[in-house]
Design a protein around this ligand. Structure first.
Ligand code: IPM
Ligand code: MG
Length: 368
């Protein structure tokens, strides 16, 4: 054995993590996510090294490009990316803007081949009261969404015709794109309650008919998994009416975008939801909330989604399940101790338990 072998702790890892805070509260919450990753590394004897890169509005301001080549190169070279948010109200109110922060996000997804977006919707028991849905309906809800992320109407041909008076966005899916996301969903279902709900609009859309055909075929490879096909409109209704009936949900890019924002209300707040975008190479981990410029700079943003994104990063990209669980338990501990950020506080929360971003992060850090 060399000296190095003797000193190294068992299973200690050396990993490069790229921090990409992006815009608005992305900066504030990602700073907390990074601190938490660092504490985990120290605790478990791993060595994480960090670099930072620009995306979105801040990248446009600095370089004119929402996803500079340098950022993309750093992403490809890293072992995982902890991402914040992109967006700026300036563009939302200007539909004619040619360069937009969101283009950086979409290009990143396409370039890195991040075709599977995992959005776990799990309600911490302590937050039963924070949702606008009745507690007895919510209790036990635990859904894992697989949103397809590099196809559909997001990436099809788009444009204007008739002197700009007519606009179009083409929705397109190929068989292999549906196959690979469906397999991911069925594989995950096997580790859970063995149920997949595939969501489409096959009564109207040709892309949905291909989707359903392919999912039916893949389902044959998983006879132990129960599969159902639902239309997106009725799924939107059932998510609120009976959320516990769902286990794994797999759906197309646009439907997944909409349904997961809706489903965030099952978890009490958008501020609680983490996501993983995975595919061929480096995985990207980010809160599902946006840049929230209305609260940017006030230090009140909920950092728990970024912390839970860090937990997903540890588990999925690095295979560090114990480390990931430590983070989730720390978040649970903070909630059990009664601490809340503004977005998840309710009428019963004592004012001295309502914390800002940094203080909330410190409560989590102290429980790792
Ligand atoms: C999301 C966001 C993005 C999307 C926007 C910012 C382009 O809403 O990640 O859900 O529509 O995919
Ligand atoms: Mg969205």
């Amino acid at each position: 054995m060399t000296k190095r072998d003797v000193r190294a702790k068992p299973n200690s890892m050396n990993k490069n993590i790229l921090i990409v805070p992006g815009d608005g509260i992305g900066q504030e919450v990602t700073a907390v996510g990074k601190k938490v990753l660092d504490k985990v590394a120290t605790k478990f004897g791993h060595t994480f090294t960090y670099d930072e890169a620009l995306i979105g509005h801040v990248a446009i301001e600095a370089t004119g490009n929402p996803l500079p080549e340098e950022t993309l190169a750093k992403m490809r070279a890293s072992d995982a990316v902890l991402f914040g948010a992109v967006g700026h109200p300036k563009y939302d109110n200007d539909p004619t803007a040619k360069v937009r922060p969101e283009q950086g996000l979409l290009k990143m997804r396409k370039e890195l081949g991040l075709y599977a977006n995992l959005r776990p919707i799990k309600l911490f028991d302590e937050l039963l009261g924070a949702s606008s849905i009745k507690p007895e309906i919510l209790k036990g809800a635990d859904i894992l969404f697989f949103r397809e992320l590099t196809g559909d109407i997001y990436f099809g041909e788009k444009g204007r015709k008739n002197n700009g008076d007519t606009a179009y966005d083409v929705a397109e899916y190929s068989r292999f794109e549906v196959e690979r996301i469906a397999r991911k969903a069925f594989d995950a279902a096997r580790t859970r309650r063995k149920k997949v709900c595939s969501v489409d609009k096959a009564n109207v859309l040709e892309t949905s008919r291909l989707w359903r055909e392919v999912v039916q075929k893949i389902a044959l490879e998983y006879p132990d998994v129960e599969v159902e096909h639902q239309f997106v409109d009725s799924t939107a209704m059932m998510l609120i009416k009976d959320p516990t009936r769902f286990d794994v949900v797999v759906t197309a890019n646009l439907f997944g975008d909409i349904l997961t924002d809706e489903a965030s209300q099952i978890a009490g707040s958008m501020g609680m939801l983490a996501s993983a975008s995975i595919g061929d190479g480096t995985g990207v981990y980010e809160p599902i909330h946006g840049s929230a410029h209305d609260i940017t700079g006030k230090g009140v943003a909920n950092p728990l989604a970024s912390i839970l994104s860090a937990a997903l990063l540890l588990e999925i990209s690095f295979g560090l399940k114990a480390e990931s669980d430590v983070l989730i338990n720390a978040v649970d501990g903070v909630l059990k101790a009664g601490f809340r950020t503004r977005d998840i506080a309710d009428a019963t929360t004592a004012p001295d338990k309502i914390l800002g971003t940094e203080a909330m992060g410190n409560e989590v850090l102290s429980r790792i």
